[in-house]
Design a protein around this ligand. Structure first.
Ligand SMILES: NC(=O)c1ccc[n+]([C@@H]2O[C@H](COP(=O)([O-])OP(=O)(O)OC[C@H]3O[C@@H](n4cnc5c(N)ncnc54)[C@H](OP(=O)(O)O)[C@@H]3O)[C@@H](O)[C@H]2O)c1
Length: 290
């Protein structure tokens, strides 16, 4: 039985669907009160648990053969990862743990809090002696769906400088996760999951514009101004500061590497950003049905 955490989210929901498609027995860790997707049906056992509540994690992980460990971005995300790792140890079954972290984990760049949190979770996992695999995806294409208003307005302003980023489709990340969770030979591997090319945010704006049918320009904002803008828009301060740090890594070219790990794991080419923008042109601001 495979336990999926973060199961209602962008990646986790696709992991659950993919595992069901393989005929796997799936238990989804779901926060009390969160909506369970109707598509899961009775084949998914949904168990209420919270990353901050070790007792609930013990109940959620009991009997697991493998765990997909994906935590949400949160000030306590490093502790949340450690809590799930510790619960995996307490099962006494030595489940395989597939840690969903982020690209750059191996390099451990200074001053990027999301990566520092994943590094803390990974260090705890590696020290347990449990069989582990790490998936380290780069930024998701899907992040741009949350910028649809800016795309509609024809202008993207981000603190990403001129650095290129090999963004990846979250569905490819999920497909890679399904392969690792159901296949053999992945113990001790760190897979860096990227799209097929690295694009600057200016190039990204250009492709978004081509998809929605009007020009979209890009302005590289200064980090301080970007942070001030997010705080004025009521962002959570910890998350906003973390995003500015991450874009600083992007600006410095620290997320530009392209790997073939998606293709190696899934057997199919990683989705392209151009294909993604065409698929989601309606959501991003183009005419419906385009
Ligand atoms: N976005 C990117 O570009 C990117 C790139 C690389 C790596 N990552 C990493 O990917 C992860 C986020 O993945 P995602 O975008 O798929 O996540 P997401 O869509 O934000 O979903 C988060 C999931 O975590 C659950 N959750 C939140 N707080 C919880 C708690 N206290 N206890 C139990 N469950 C909880 C949520 O459940 P509810 O339904 O209850 O809210 C949801 O299922 C982060 O670790 C991030 O560092 C992101």
């Amino acid at each position: 039985m495979i336990v999926v955490t973060g199961a209602t989210g962008t990646v986790g929901s696709e992991v659950v669907s993919g595992l069901l498609g393989r005929g796997e027995e799936v238990r989804a860790l779901v926060r009390a009160g969160s909506a369970v997707p109707a598509a899961w049906g009775p084949r998914v056992e949904a168990v209420a648990a919270d990353f901050a509540d070790p007792d609930s994690l013990d109940a959620a992980l009991a009997g697991a053969d493998a765990v997909y460990l994906l935590v949400a971005v949160h000030p306590e995300m490093g502790t949340h990862e450690k809590n799930v790792v510790d619960a995996a140890v307490r099962t006494g079954r030595r489940p395989r743990v597939v840690l969903h972290a982020a690209a750059g984990l191996g390099q451990r760049p200074d001053g990027v809090r999301f990566l520092a949190a994943h590094a803390a979770g990974f260090d705890r996992l590696a020290a347990t002696g449990l069989p582990w695999t790490v998936l380290a995806p780069n930024g998701f294409f899907q992040n741009f769906l949350g910028m649809a208003e800016a795309v509609r307005g024809g202008h993207l302003a981000l603190p990403g400088g001129t650095g290129a980023v090999s963004y990846v489709d979250a569905r490819d990340v999920a497909a890679a996760a399904v392969e690792v969770l159901t296949g053999d030979g992945h113990e001790g591997a760190v897979y860096t999951l990227t799209g097929p090319e690295a694009l600057s945010h200016e190039e990204i704006a250009g492709r978004l514009g081509a998809a929605v049918g009007h020009p979209v320009t890009y302005t590289a904002t200064e980090p301080d101004a970007a942070l001030a803008g997010m705080l004025a828009a009521d962002w959570d301060p910890w998350r906003a500061a973390g995003l500015v740090e991450l874009y600083g890594l992007y600006a410095a070219g620290g997320a530009a590497g392209v790997t073939s790990d998606v293709e190696k794991l899934t057997g199919g080419a990683a989705r392209s950003f151009t294909g993604f923008t065409a698929e989601f042109a309606g959501v991003l601001g183009g005419e419906p049905g385009r």
